[in-house]
Write a new protein. Structure first.
Length: 106
């Protein structure tokens, strides 16, 4: 695994964890209906990041394809999370943006 792949894998792992934490925290909020889009994007983003991380670990020929989709999904999730004032959403947004950047660099 080269340095770009390694950085991308680390960013994807951090992003997946941040998304899971964000979704869990959002589920605990009183106005969960207002957080539905955020929760759904968190779940999709975490799943994509895990898929990408695994693909990079096994040197999959499709890793760059996954990275391209992951960058798009992370960007969407970052945009949604940045709309909310909660600290967990801000942390998630930052992790998503970092992952999207690492995916694009791949």
């Amino acid at each position: 695994m080269n340095e770009l792949q390694h950085r991308c894998r680390e960013a994807a792992d951090r992003c997946a964890a941040a998304c899971v934490q964000c979704a869990s925290a959002c589920l605990a909020l009183k106005r969960i209906d207002e957080m539905e889009k955020c929760i759904r994007l968190d779940a999709d983003c975490a799943a994509m990041c895990r898929l990408l991380s695994d693909a990079l670990a096994r040197d999959s020929e499709f890793a760059t394809d996954y990275a391209e989709l992951c960058a798009r999904l992370c960007g969407r999730c970052a945009d949604e999370c940045s709309r909310h004032p909660a600290a967990h959403c801000k942390t998630c947004s930052e992790a998503c943006r970092a992952c999207a950047e690492a995916c694009r660099a791949l």
